[in-house]
Design a protein around this ligand. Structure first.
Ligand SMILES: C[S@@+](CC[C@H](N)C(=O)[O-])C[C@H]1O[C@@H](n2cnc3c(N)ncnc32)[C@H](O)[C@@H]1O
Length: 213
């Protein structure tokens, strides 16, 4: 595989600040609603998690699957988890055609700069016919996303145009302490905007897009 260059992927803050990413990851699917739904939807067999971060999601799926995590950052992965790690991007993955029974990506396709059209062509290439592709992202129009200056919700039009169906999960960002909430919310949205808005819980909506190949 061609060497991954810095400009080929989005440098994610969690690569440098593991402590903050752990606060975020724990808070954002606190009741594991997304993970439970992925567990219901995904088939057994070979499954790939694209932009897997530290492997939080892949390591929590319970059924009998062979999990492969694709991640471009060399510092994000937690190599202690019982998953296979592969260095790659959504747009270029080092697998044969028709290799996986399913693929999913949680909060990785939305990153500005990830080429969704190339990514979709690539994921369709590596997933078998009759396989499943799932993308999890921000649904938007909720309290959490309202603090962002620009739109951080997913591109629903893109997924609908490409034949995906969607379902929404109403959840919340729920922190263990106000200290953790402040650390993350100040980093994300700025001290000024969050100065009177630090709370333990913020309403948050997630959208799950699914496509049978
Ligand atoms: C918001 S994190 C989500 C991590 C993980 N999916 C989760 O739910 O915890 C986004 C991840 O996408 C990765 N990423 C950045 N550019 C990417 C690309 N072009 N293809 C795949 N993943 C990418 C980042 O390194 C980061 O680990």
């Amino acid at each position: 595989m061609k060497k991954i260059k810095n400009e080929d992927y989005i440098h994610f803050y969690g690569s440098d600040h593991k402590d903050l990413f752990e606060i975020e990851r724990k808070a954002m699917d606190r009741d594991a609603l997304v993970i439970k739904r992925l567990d219901e939807l995904l088939p057994n067999g070979r499954v790939v998690d694209i932009g897997a971060g530290n492997g939080y999601t892949a390591s929590r799926l319970t059924k009998d699957r062979i999990m492969t995590c694709v991640e471009p950052s060399t510092t994000m992965p937690n190599f202690d988890l019982p998953v296979n790690w592969v260095w790659g991007t959504a747009e270029k993955m080092p697998f044969h055609d028709n290799y996986f029974d399913a693929a999913y990506s949680t909060w990785a396709y939305f990153l500005p700069g990830v080429d969704k059209t190339k990514g979709l062509a690539e994921v369709k290439r590596v997933v078998k016919k009759d396989g499943l592709i799932i993308v999890v992202d921000n649904a938007g129009e909720d309290e959490f996303c309202s603090f962002a200056d620009s739109c951080i919700s997913s591109d629903k039009e893109f997924y609908e145009k490409n034949g995906f169906s969607s379902e929404m999960i109403k959840t919340s960002f729920r922190f263990d302490s106000l200290k953790e909430s402040k650390a993350l919310m100040w980093t994300f949205f700025g001290k000024e905007k969050m100065k009177d808005n630090i709370k333990l819980e913020y309403e948050y909506k997630v959208i799950i897009y699914s496509l049978k190949v």
